[in-house]
Design a protein around this ligand. Structure first.
Ligand SMILES: Nc1ncnc2c1ncn2[C@@H]1O[C@H](COP(=O)(O)OP(=O)(O)O)[C@@H](O)[C@H]1O
Ligand SMILES: [Mg+2]
Length: 245
């Protein structure tokens, strides 16, 4: 913890933003090219009465001001109970529903968060209550978020939760979200595609370290992790597919 300016306290644990500070009931985050879109998105959430996201409160000194949401944000991926996953999927679905048909979604289905992992969820009394970190939000297909969600909340090659239990929890995700038949058949491919994309995403930073949000060895770890998870899902895809159909 540092006291950087006027009582602002650094919030650590994120993966991308170089500086995130808390000041009283607000969070200050370096403004970026995404700020305008993020501001419009958070305003839509407010209008639609979706409460599972910070409020956008404006800008000061080149920083976005967001409301601080009380609770805990996990820093590690780990197994979550069905109740925790159910609550988070409901949030994801409500978040998507709030943007369907909006100008912001444009020609796409909804606005996707694109990083709705547990590391971007605020837990209150052990239950996910809000998503944060809308920097990568953009128009998209809802399966993109559901696939990334299934990977980061449930699927893990470490198998602390056994494979069959992971598959059952992925089915729970599909059920609670309310995926249709065709979407359920496509989900595993979307997980695989997102894992491949993650490899490329982090690898591009290796090629231009001056813009990278982390040191080369950290990037290499993230690349290795994404590849390992991709191999795991590919090797066991029929177990997940069977649970989904
Ligand atoms: N609105 C918020 N309410 C509560 N905590 C927040 C909020 N925004 C950010 N944080 C905290 O700051 C950390 C980093 O912020 P985040 O927006 O996730 O940046 P990064 O892109 O670096 O992951 C989060 O992991 C969380 O602990
Ligand atoms: Mg984050």
């Amino acid at each position: 913890m540092t006291d950087a300016s006027g009582g602002a306290v650094a919030l650590t644990g994120g993966r991308m933003a170089s500086e995130v500070f808390r000041r009283d009931d607000t969070v200050l985050r370096a403004a970026s090219d995404s700020s305008e879109f993020m501001a419009s998105l958070l305003k839509i959430f407010e209008q639609q009465n979706f409460l599972g996201a910070p409020k956008y409160l404006g800008q000061v000194d080149g920083k976005d001001i967001l409301s601080y949401i009380d609770g805990e944000v996990p820093t590690k991926f780990q197994p979550w109970s069905d109740d925790q996953v159910r609550a988070a999927v409901r949030l994801l679905r409500e978040m998507h529903d709030a943007t369907r048909g909006s100008d912001l979604a444009g020609r796409f289905d909804v606005v996707c968060h694109h990083d709705p992992g547990p590391n971007n969820a605020v837990f209150q009394d052990g239950i996910p209550a809000a998503f944060i970190d809308f920097e990568q939000a953009a128009p998209g297909g809802r399966l993109e978020d559901v696939a990334y969600f299934a990977w980061t909340w449930t699927i893990s090659s470490k198998q602390v939760m056994p494979l069959e239990d992971q598959a059952a929890q992925v089915r729970l995700i599909a059920n609670v979200y309310g995926l249709g038949e065709a979407e359920r058949r496509a989900l595993v491919d979307c997980v695989l595609e997102r894992q491949s994309r993650n490899v490329r995403f982090w690898a591009e930073f290796l090629a231009s370290p001056e813009t990278a949000p982390a040191a080369p060895e950290v990037l290499a770890d993230r690349i290795a992790w994404s590849k390992r998870e991709h191999h795991f899902v590919y090797a066991h895809r029929e177990v997940f597919d069977r649970a989904l159909t």
